[in-house]
Design a protein. Structure first.
Length: 64
């Protein structure tokens, strides 16, 4: 995937995946001056940064 496709998949502007690349927070392949990111890497990044919702306080009171 190119940077534009990654941005679209993440729902961000192209600036965000470019920053991930610059900070080496995501694995990428450089082909000449082009940067490519495997779809599996994007999926792994999303899975690693997914935050699960907390149980609501009302649900906690119902259990106790």
């Amino acid at each position: 995937m190119d940077v534009e496709q990654v941005a679209e998949r993440l729902g961000t502007t192209v600036r965000f995946p470019r920053r991930l690349i610059e900070e080496r927070r995501i694995e990428y392949v450089k082909v000449g001056r082009h940067v490519r990111i495997r779809e599996s890497v994007v999926e792994a990044y999303m899975a690693a940064n997914t935050v699960q919702p907390r149980r609501s306080s009302t649900a906690l009171r119902a259990v106790a």
